[in-house]
Ligand binder design. Sequence first.
Ligand SMILES: C[S@@+](CC[C@H](N)C(=O)[O-])C[C@H]1O[C@@H](n2cnc3c(N)ncnc32)[C@H](O)[C@@H]1O
Length: 374
Amino acid sequence: MGFFYLKFLKPPQLAPLKGPSGSFTLTTVFTITSDLGDVYFTDSIDIRATLSSGSAILLEKTISWTNGSQFVRCDMPFQSSKIPSTGLSGLVLSLSPVPSEVEGRLADGIDELCRIYPDPSIQVVSASSSQTKLKGKNLFAASHLVERRLKLRTTGDVLKVWEETGENIAGHVWDAGIILSAYLDHYADKSSGPLTKLHSRLNRKEEFTAIELGSGCGLVGLTLATVYPKSTVFLTDLSEAEELCRRNLELVSTTTSGVDFCVLDWYDTAIPETIPKDTADIILAADCTYNTGSVPALVKTFERLTENNRDAVVLLAHKPRHDSERLFFELMEDNFDIVERTDAALPKTSDWEDEDDGGQLPAQAVNLYTFKRK
Ligand SMILES: C[S@@+](CC[C@H](N)C(=O)[O-])C[C@H]1O[C@@H](n2cnc3c(N)ncnc32)[C@H](O)[C@@H]1O
Protein backbone atom coordinates (compact mmCIF):
# COMPACT_ATOMS: atom_id res chain seq x y z
CA MET A 1 0.00 0.00 0.00
CA GLY A 2 2.38 2.70 1.15
CA PHE A 3 2.90 5.50 3.60
CA PHE A 4 0.18 7.74 4.96
CA TYR A 5 0.75 11.37 5.73
CA LEU A 6 -0.70 13.54 8.49
CA LYS A 7 -1.95 16.73 6.81
CA PHE A 8 -3.57 19.86 8.25
CA LEU A 9 -6.88 20.52 6.50
CA LYS A 10 -7.26 23.58 8.70
CA PRO A 11 -3.93 24.94 9.95
CA PRO A 12 -3.76 25.50 13.72
CA GLN A 13 -5.48 28.68 14.89
CA LEU A 14 -5.55 30.19 18.32
CA ALA A 15 -8.67 32.19 19.06
CA PRO A 16 -9.73 33.90 22.29
CA LEU A 17 -12.67 32.26 24.02
CA LYS A 18 -15.71 34.32 24.95
CA GLY A 19 -15.86 34.82 28.69
CA PRO A 20 -12.95 35.30 31.08
CA SER A 21 -10.03 36.92 29.33
CA GLY A 22 -6.86 34.89 28.99
CA SER A 23 -8.61 31.73 27.72
CA PHE A 24 -7.99 30.60 24.18
CA THR A 25 -8.79 27.57 22.04
CA LEU A 26 -6.26 26.10 19.70
CA THR A 27 -8.15 24.49 16.82
CA THR A 28 -6.97 22.39 13.94
CA VAL A 29 -8.51 19.88 11.55
CA PHE A 30 -6.30 17.13 10.18
CA THR A 31 -6.52 14.10 7.96
CA ILE A 32 -4.34 11.06 7.22
CA THR A 33 -4.17 10.14 3.54
CA SER A 34 -1.89 8.49 1.01
CA ASP A 35 0.56 10.61 -0.99
CA LEU A 36 -1.97 10.88 -3.84
CA GLY A 37 -4.61 11.96 -1.33
CA ASP A 38 -6.98 9.34 -2.73
CA VAL A 39 -7.05 6.87 0.20
CA TYR A 40 -7.74 7.59 3.87
CA PHE A 41 -5.77 5.70 6.51
CA THR A 42 -7.95 2.74 7.45
CA ASP A 43 -6.41 1.57 10.73
CA SER A 44 -7.17 2.97 14.17
CA ILE A 45 -4.32 4.95 15.64
CA ASP A 46 -3.68 7.50 18.39
CA ILE A 47 -2.20 10.81 17.32
CA ARG A 48 -0.37 13.02 19.78
CA ALA A 49 -0.82 16.75 19.22
CA THR A 50 1.92 18.81 20.86
CA LEU A 51 2.02 22.58 21.02
CA SER A 52 5.52 23.84 21.61
CA SER A 53 7.50 27.03 21.72
CA GLY A 54 11.16 26.29 20.98
CA SER A 55 11.99 23.24 23.10
CA ALA A 56 9.25 23.95 25.69
CA ILE A 57 6.10 21.84 25.41
CA LEU A 58 3.06 23.96 26.29
CA LEU A 59 0.18 21.58 25.60
CA GLU A 60 -0.30 17.92 24.70
CA LYS A 61 -3.38 15.99 23.73
CA THR A 62 -3.92 12.48 22.37
CA ILE A 63 -6.62 12.17 19.72
CA SER A 64 -7.97 8.95 18.22
CA TRP A 65 -8.16 8.37 14.49
CA THR A 66 -10.48 5.43 13.85
CA ASN A 67 -11.10 3.23 10.85
CA GLY A 68 -13.53 5.16 8.63
CA SER A 69 -12.35 8.63 9.69
CA GLN A 70 -11.89 11.19 6.93
CA PHE A 71 -10.84 14.07 9.15
CA VAL A 72 -10.52 14.82 12.84
CA ARG A 73 -11.05 18.13 14.57
CA CYS A 74 -8.83 18.90 17.54
CA ASP A 75 -9.66 21.65 20.06
CA MET A 76 -7.22 22.34 22.85
CA PRO A 77 -8.01 24.87 25.60
CA PHE A 78 -5.10 27.18 26.29
CA GLN A 79 -4.66 29.59 29.19
CA SER A 80 -2.71 32.82 28.87
CA SER A 81 -0.64 31.76 31.90
CA LYS A 82 1.00 29.26 29.52
CA ILE A 83 2.06 31.97 27.09
CA PRO A 84 5.87 31.95 26.89
CA SER A 85 7.79 35.13 27.51
CA THR A 86 8.53 35.24 23.78
CA GLY A 87 4.81 35.71 23.10
CA LEU A 88 2.38 33.76 20.98
CA SER A 89 3.86 34.23 17.57
CA GLY A 90 6.34 31.33 17.61
CA LEU A 91 4.08 28.41 18.50
CA VAL A 92 4.26 25.18 16.48
CA LEU A 93 1.74 22.33 16.56
CA SER A 94 3.12 18.86 15.77
CA LEU A 95 1.06 15.75 15.05
CA SER A 96 2.75 12.38 15.49
CA PRO A 97 1.47 8.82 15.71
CA VAL A 98 1.77 7.50 19.26
CA PRO A 99 4.22 4.60 18.95
CA SER A 100 2.62 1.27 19.81
CA GLU A 101 5.87 -0.19 21.09
CA VAL A 102 7.71 1.19 24.12
CA GLU A 103 10.72 3.09 22.90
CA GLY A 104 12.64 6.28 23.46
CA ARG A 105 10.48 9.20 22.50
CA LEU A 106 11.75 11.39 19.71
CA ALA A 107 11.08 15.10 19.82
CA ASP A 108 7.66 15.86 18.43
CA GLY A 109 6.97 15.74 14.75
CA ILE A 110 10.23 13.92 13.93
CA ASP A 111 10.38 10.60 12.06
CA GLU A 112 13.54 8.57 11.55
CA LEU A 113 14.52 7.61 8.00
CA CYS A 114 16.02 4.39 9.41
CA ARG A 115 12.44 3.33 10.22
CA ILE A 116 11.42 3.76 6.58
CA TYR A 117 14.16 1.67 4.93
CA PRO A 118 15.07 -1.22 4.91
CA ASP A 119 12.16 -2.40 7.13
CA PRO A 120 9.37 0.14 7.28
CA SER A 121 8.13 0.33 10.87
CA ILE A 122 6.56 3.74 10.31
CA GLN A 123 3.28 3.85 8.49
CA VAL A 124 2.06 7.36 9.26
CA VAL A 125 4.42 10.28 8.66
CA SER A 126 4.29 13.10 11.24
CA ALA A 127 3.51 16.74 10.47
CA SER A 128 4.40 20.05 12.07
CA SER A 129 2.72 23.37 11.42
CA SER A 130 4.47 26.58 10.54
CA GLN A 131 5.00 28.93 13.45
CA THR A 132 1.83 30.76 14.37
CA LYS A 133 1.86 34.37 13.32
CA LEU A 134 -0.15 37.26 14.62
CA LYS A 135 -3.24 37.61 12.45
CA GLY A 136 -5.73 40.35 13.11
CA LYS A 137 -6.02 41.78 16.61
CA ASN A 138 -6.28 38.69 18.74
CA LEU A 139 -6.13 35.76 16.40
CA PHE A 140 -3.07 33.65 15.72
CA ALA A 141 -2.83 31.25 12.81
CA ALA A 142 -0.30 29.00 11.11
CA SER A 143 0.12 29.14 7.33
CA HIS A 144 -1.07 26.48 4.88
CA LEU A 145 2.27 24.69 4.98
CA VAL A 146 3.30 21.45 6.67
CA GLU A 147 6.82 20.64 7.76
CA ARG A 148 8.12 17.07 7.52
CA ARG A 149 11.01 16.48 9.95
CA LEU A 150 13.11 13.48 9.01
CA LYS A 151 16.06 12.39 11.11
CA LEU A 152 19.01 11.18 9.05
CA ARG A 153 20.78 8.09 10.34
CA THR A 154 24.13 9.07 8.80
CA THR A 155 24.58 12.54 10.27
CA GLY A 156 21.94 12.69 13.02
CA ASP A 157 20.64 15.89 11.39
CA VAL A 158 16.93 16.49 11.15
CA LEU A 159 16.09 17.38 7.56
CA LYS A 160 13.17 19.80 7.45
CA VAL A 161 11.08 19.91 4.32
CA TRP A 162 8.07 22.17 3.86
CA GLU A 163 5.08 20.94 1.90
CA GLU A 164 1.92 22.62 0.71
CA THR A 165 -1.32 21.36 2.21
CA GLY A 166 -3.25 21.22 -1.06
CA GLU A 167 -3.16 18.71 -3.90
CA ASN A 168 -0.35 20.36 -5.90
CA ILE A 169 1.71 17.43 -7.24
CA ALA A 170 5.03 19.24 -6.81
CA GLY A 171 4.03 20.53 -3.39
CA HIS A 172 4.48 17.44 -1.26
CA VAL A 173 6.60 14.39 -0.57
CA TRP A 174 5.76 11.15 -2.41
CA ASP A 175 6.34 7.54 -1.34
CA ALA A 176 9.11 6.82 -3.86
CA GLY A 177 10.85 10.02 -2.77
CA ILE A 178 10.78 9.22 0.92
CA ILE A 179 11.97 5.65 0.25
CA LEU A 180 14.82 6.84 -2.00
CA SER A 181 15.91 9.34 0.66
CA ALA A 182 15.92 6.60 3.30
CA TYR A 183 17.85 4.29 0.93
CA LEU A 184 20.52 6.95 0.30
CA ASP A 185 20.79 7.65 4.04
CA HIS A 186 21.01 3.92 4.85
CA TYR A 187 23.97 3.24 2.55
CA ALA A 188 25.81 6.57 2.84
CA ASP A 189 28.50 5.30 5.20
CA LYS A 190 28.72 1.81 3.71
CA SER A 191 31.13 0.96 0.94
CA SER A 192 28.47 -0.62 -1.26
CA GLY A 193 24.82 -1.59 -1.50
CA PRO A 194 22.49 -3.51 -3.80
CA LEU A 195 22.85 -0.94 -6.61
CA THR A 196 26.59 -1.41 -7.02
CA LYS A 197 26.97 0.89 -10.06
CA LEU A 198 25.34 3.70 -8.09
CA HIS A 199 27.46 3.06 -5.02
CA SER A 200 30.66 3.11 -7.07
CA ARG A 201 29.80 6.80 -7.74
CA LEU A 202 28.65 7.68 -4.22
CA ASN A 203 31.49 8.37 -1.83
CA ARG A 204 31.26 10.66 1.17
CA LYS A 205 34.90 11.65 0.81
CA GLU A 206 34.77 12.33 -2.93
CA GLU A 207 33.14 15.02 -5.02
CA PHE A 208 30.39 14.06 -7.46
CA THR A 209 27.57 15.83 -9.27
CA ALA A 210 23.92 14.77 -9.34
CA ILE A 211 20.91 16.17 -11.19
CA GLU A 212 17.44 15.40 -9.86
CA LEU A 213 14.46 15.62 -12.22
CA GLY A 214 10.99 16.39 -10.85
CA SER A 215 12.43 17.11 -7.42
CA GLY A 216 9.13 18.47 -6.03
CA CYS A 217 9.80 19.95 -2.60
CA GLY A 218 13.36 18.62 -2.77
CA LEU A 219 13.51 15.85 -0.15
CA VAL A 220 15.64 13.40 -2.20
CA GLY A 221 18.19 15.91 -3.49
CA LEU A 222 18.48 17.55 -0.08
CA THR A 223 19.10 14.17 1.55
CA LEU A 224 21.81 13.40 -1.01
CA ALA A 225 23.44 16.80 -0.49
CA THR A 226 23.33 16.44 3.31
CA VAL A 227 24.64 12.89 3.65
CA TYR A 228 27.27 13.42 0.92
CA PRO A 229 28.70 16.82 1.91
CA LYS A 230 31.15 16.93 -1.00
CA SER A 231 28.46 16.44 -3.63
CA THR A 232 27.02 19.08 -5.93
CA VAL A 233 23.30 18.55 -6.40
CA PHE A 234 20.99 20.30 -8.86
CA LEU A 235 17.32 20.03 -7.98
CA THR A 236 15.10 20.64 -11.02
CA ASP A 237 11.37 20.88 -11.59
CA LEU A 238 8.75 23.11 -13.19
CA SER A 239 8.80 26.81 -12.27
CA GLU A 240 5.78 26.36 -9.98
CA ALA A 241 7.92 24.16 -7.69
CA GLU A 242 10.70 26.75 -7.37
CA GLU A 243 9.47 28.87 -4.46
CA LEU A 244 8.86 25.93 -2.12
CA CYS A 245 12.04 24.15 -3.18
CA ARG A 246 14.15 27.26 -2.57
CA ARG A 247 12.51 27.68 0.84
CA ASN A 248 13.62 24.11 1.66
CA LEU A 249 17.11 24.73 0.29
CA GLU A 250 17.55 27.50 2.83
CA LEU A 251 16.89 25.07 5.68
CA VAL A 252 19.69 22.61 4.96
CA SER A 253 22.83 22.73 7.01
CA THR A 254 25.23 25.51 6.14
CA THR A 255 27.92 22.90 5.52
CA THR A 256 25.77 21.67 2.61
CA SER A 257 26.48 24.45 0.19
CA GLY A 258 26.61 22.43 -3.04
CA VAL A 259 22.89 22.31 -3.72
CA ASP A 260 20.82 24.55 -5.96
CA PHE A 261 17.52 24.63 -7.83
CA CYS A 262 17.04 25.19 -11.54
CA VAL A 263 13.85 25.11 -13.64
CA LEU A 264 13.99 22.18 -16.06
CA ASP A 265 10.77 21.36 -17.92
CA TRP A 266 10.97 17.96 -19.64
CA TYR A 267 9.09 19.44 -22.62
CA ASP A 268 11.84 21.98 -23.29
CA THR A 269 14.28 20.72 -25.87
CA ALA A 270 17.23 22.68 -24.45
CA ILE A 271 18.80 21.81 -21.13
CA PRO A 272 19.50 25.04 -19.14
CA GLU A 273 23.17 26.04 -19.33
CA THR A 274 23.59 26.05 -15.56
CA ILE A 275 23.03 22.28 -15.51
CA PRO A 276 26.28 20.34 -16.09
CA LYS A 277 24.68 17.77 -18.34
CA ASP A 278 27.89 16.42 -19.83
CA THR A 279 29.68 15.88 -16.54
CA ALA A 280 26.99 14.76 -14.10
CA ASP A 281 27.72 11.45 -12.41
CA ILE A 282 24.17 10.63 -11.36
CA ILE A 283 20.79 11.65 -12.79
CA LEU A 284 17.89 10.70 -10.58
CA ALA A 285 14.11 10.87 -10.41
CA ALA A 286 11.60 9.65 -7.82
CA ASP A 287 7.90 9.07 -8.46
CA CYS A 288 7.99 10.78 -11.85
CA THR A 289 6.61 7.95 -14.02
CA TYR A 290 2.96 7.89 -12.83
CA ASN A 291 1.69 10.11 -15.67
CA THR A 292 1.98 8.36 -19.03
CA GLY A 293 1.30 11.69 -20.79
CA SER A 294 4.61 13.15 -19.65
CA VAL A 295 6.64 9.91 -19.73
CA PRO A 296 7.97 10.38 -23.33
CA ALA A 297 9.23 13.87 -22.40
CA LEU A 298 10.85 12.48 -19.24
CA VAL A 299 12.62 9.74 -21.21
CA LYS A 300 13.79 12.35 -23.78
CA THR A 301 15.23 14.40 -20.92
CA PHE A 302 17.19 11.39 -19.64
CA GLU A 303 18.46 10.95 -23.23
CA ARG A 304 19.49 14.61 -23.58
CA LEU A 305 21.29 14.52 -20.25
CA THR A 306 23.31 11.45 -21.18
CA GLU A 307 23.94 11.70 -24.93
CA ASN A 308 27.42 13.18 -24.34
CA ASN A 309 27.78 11.63 -20.94
CA ARG A 310 27.25 7.94 -21.49
CA ASP A 311 28.85 6.89 -18.21
CA ALA A 312 26.28 8.70 -16.06
CA VAL A 313 24.19 6.47 -13.81
CA VAL A 314 20.43 7.05 -14.09
CA LEU A 315 18.67 6.26 -10.82
CA LEU A 316 14.90 5.81 -10.75
CA ALA A 317 12.63 5.27 -7.74
CA HIS A 318 9.37 3.84 -9.04
CA LYS A 319 6.25 3.07 -7.05
CA PRO A 320 4.14 0.92 -9.42
CA ARG A 321 0.73 2.56 -9.50
CA HIS A 322 -0.76 1.41 -12.82
CA ASP A 323 -0.08 -1.04 -15.67
CA SER A 324 0.24 1.85 -18.12
CA GLU A 325 3.53 2.85 -16.52
CA ARG A 326 5.10 0.06 -18.61
CA LEU A 327 5.42 2.76 -21.28
CA PHE A 328 8.32 4.34 -19.39
CA PHE A 329 10.31 1.10 -19.42
CA GLU A 330 9.46 0.41 -23.08
CA LEU A 331 10.72 3.85 -24.15
CA MET A 332 13.84 3.61 -21.99
CA GLU A 333 14.73 0.32 -23.72
CA ASP A 334 15.69 2.17 -26.94
CA ASN A 335 18.73 3.82 -25.39
CA PHE A 336 19.21 2.44 -21.91
CA ASP A 337 19.81 -0.88 -20.21
CA ILE A 338 18.60 -1.61 -16.71
CA VAL A 339 21.80 -2.34 -14.82
CA GLU A 340 20.43 -3.27 -11.41
CA ARG A 341 17.23 -3.24 -9.41
CA THR A 342 16.41 -3.52 -5.73
CA ASP A 343 12.98 -3.40 -4.10
CA ALA A 344 12.23 -1.44 -0.93
CA ALA A 345 9.23 -2.73 1.02
CA LEU A 346 6.29 -0.44 1.67
CA PRO A 347 4.26 -0.67 4.89
CA LYS A 348 0.94 -2.47 4.73
CA THR A 349 -2.35 -1.52 6.37
CA SER A 350 -4.32 -4.24 8.19
CA ASP A 351 -6.92 -4.43 5.37
CA TRP A 352 -4.18 -5.17 2.82
CA GLU A 353 -5.29 -7.53 0.04
CA ASP A 354 -2.88 -8.96 -2.47
CA GLU A 355 -5.30 -8.62 -5.35
CA ASP A 356 -5.00 -6.90 -8.67
CA ASP A 357 -7.62 -4.18 -8.94
CA GLY A 358 -8.47 -3.67 -12.62
CA GLY A 359 -5.08 -2.39 -13.71
CA GLN A 360 -4.40 -0.53 -10.45
CA LEU A 361 -1.33 -2.27 -9.14
CA PRO A 362 -1.36 -2.81 -5.37
CA ALA A 363 2.17 -1.55 -4.84
CA GLN A 364 4.08 -3.66 -2.35
CA ALA A 365 7.41 -2.00 -2.82
CA VAL A 366 9.16 0.94 -4.34
CA ASN A 367 11.46 -0.40 -7.05
CA LEU A 368 14.85 1.27 -7.34
CA TYR A 369 16.56 0.92 -10.72
CA THR A 370 19.85 2.00 -12.18
CA PHE A 371 20.13 2.46 -15.95
CA LYS A 372 23.13 3.08 -18.19
CA ARG A 373 23.27 4.21 -21.84
CA LYS A 374 23.48 1.31 -24.29
C1 LIG B 1 4.87 12.87 -8.00
S1 LIG B 1 5.89 14.26 -7.92
C2 LIG B 1 7.37 13.60 -7.21
C3 LIG B 1 8.11 14.63 -6.44
C4 LIG B 1 9.37 14.14 -5.75
N1 LIG B 1 10.31 13.58 -6.69
C5 LIG B 1 9.04 13.11 -4.68
O1 LIG B 1 9.26 11.91 -4.91
O2 LIG B 1 8.59 13.50 -3.60
C6 LIG B 1 6.37 14.46 -9.64
C7 LIG B 1 7.20 15.69 -9.90
O3 LIG B 1 7.48 15.78 -11.29
C8 LIG B 1 7.34 17.14 -11.69
N2 LIG B 1 7.03 17.23 -13.12
C9 LIG B 1 5.90 16.82 -13.74
N3 LIG B 1 5.95 17.15 -15.05
C10 LIG B 1 7.14 17.78 -15.25
C11 LIG B 1 7.77 18.37 -16.37
N4 LIG B 1 7.18 18.41 -17.56
N5 LIG B 1 8.99 18.90 -16.22
C12 LIG B 1 9.60 18.90 -15.00
N6 LIG B 1 9.05 18.38 -13.89
C13 LIG B 1 7.83 17.82 -14.02
C14 LIG B 1 6.19 17.64 -10.84
O4 LIG B 1 6.17 19.06 -10.78
C15 LIG B 1 6.47 16.98 -9.52
O5 LIG B 1 7.31 17.74 -8.70
